[in-house]
Ligand binder design. Structure first.
Ligand code: MD6
Ligand code: FE
Length: 201
């Protein structure tokens, strides 16, 4: 579904339960070596409410030094695990004319986690879209404009939904206002995983 002309696309129910489970297992096997950690915010040093890890050549990081891409895990100092093929394939099917992603950010939301409005602007080439996969509990996503303070629209992202931010919306502000706990049985502990694929370099 086209949310906005030449912009955001939402593929509701794109992944089957089997595909979601395969992706979840691929994440689980990699988070043993690259565990979820709690990032901090650049200016305030406050903890984010989501926990994060990354796969790929580089991973997105936030700490007192700012936002950036790094080749290693901040706690283990090891290179990030590879991006699972089952995740890579979602990108290749939906974005066949784009270069492969080199960064796969994994965010885990507990029932009370949220993410403030932000732009994804730490990548080198904004002409390459960002693709996001949602797993677990449904979340309320807010999509704004490329300038802060513009009008916003909200929609729900449920387990198996895939969203592509591209074109005019590649630099649109967006965030997660809340989860709807208990809306999915995919994660037995509840909560939500969001995976974003990007070409960072
Ligand atoms: C989330 N998503 O869905 C947060 N960024 O939990 C994002 O921040 C995001 O969904 C860029 C493109 C798509 C996204
Ligand atoms: Fe984002």
């Amino acid at each position: 579904m086209q949310i906005r002309p030449d912009g955001t696309e939402l593929y509701t129910g794109y992944l089957s339960t089997e595909e979601q489970t395969e992706i979840l297992e691929a994440i689980r096997s990699r988070t043993e070596k690259a565990p979820l950690y709690t990032p901090t915010m650049p200016r305030t040093g406050k903890s984010m409410s989501v926990r994060m890890t990354n796969f790929g050549r580089v991973g997105w990081m936030s700490d007192s030094k700012g936002y950036r891409y790094e080749p290693t895990h901040p706690v283990s100092a090891e290179p990030w695990p590879d991006i699972p093929e089952c995740i890579m394939n979602v990108w290749r099917v939906l974005l066949p004319n784009q270069p492969d992603p080199d960064a796969c950010l994994v965010n885990y939301y507990a029932h009370d986690a949220k993410m403030g409005l932000h732009q994804d602007r730490d990548e080198q080439d904004f002409s390459v879209p960002v693709l996001s996969i949602s797993l677990g509990d449904t979340a309320l996503f807010r999509l704004g404009q490329t300038k802060r303070g513009g009008k916003t629209q909200s929609f729900r992202l449920s387990s198996g939904d895939v969203m592509v931010l591209k074109g005019a919306d590649r630099l649109a502000y967006h965030g997660i206002d809340r989860l709807y706990p208990g809306t999915s049985s995919l994660l037995k502990q509840g909560g939500r995983i969001n995976i974003t694929l990007r070409k960072a370099l």
